[in-house]
Design a protein. Sequence first.
Length: 231
Amino acid sequence: MIRQANPKFRRWALCALLVLSLCAAIGLWGWCRWVYTQIERYAGQDQADQFTQADRTAPASPASPAAQAFPADAIGVFGAAEYDGRPSPVYRARLDHALDLYHHGVAPLIITLGGSGGDQYNEGAVGREYLMAMGVPESDIIAETQSRDTEESARRIAVIARANGLRRLVIVSDGTHLFRIHEICAAEGLNVLTSPRSRVEVEGETNESAGEFERIAHEILSYTAWRMGLH
């Protein structure tokens, strides 16, 4: 004969399950809220701006030793899509921002990052060619061409930094991308400042708010997966 579970026990078990589910939901909401706050904080501040502002107000003095001292050792540009060897509007905005920092004397070297986009070209090399076409000497550019995602790019730039004795880097990418990049780079032992690229209109994106929501949701999920060791 099969004994039926005590009704009181069933009610207690159901209440316990509901409480645990509620606690898990609150914890998940709190975590997502914290990550979102960090994403917005990094997106809303340009940590390299102090250097460009100082450059604008300082008197021109090329012979001065201070004029030869750079605030950072390199500017790292995280890759984005390229189309048949040409940077996409988003990637071009990142490269142009890095170029502006370079011209303001923030760092003497630019590192372009990113592997193959599915065709014969790769993002790092496309970025290098674009910067050279804009007047940056090839000797002032390092192109990393193997990484396939943000985590690999961060690890590769750490290898490049150690190999070249680079101690402080300014990282350029989309604003919503920078918190995750900063945390991964810090985990690799890098001293990094973040500098978001300017906003650009993306062809085919009719709802900017929806696009922003998707990017933030992607960053929350990706950062959480990285922290859990799933990437």
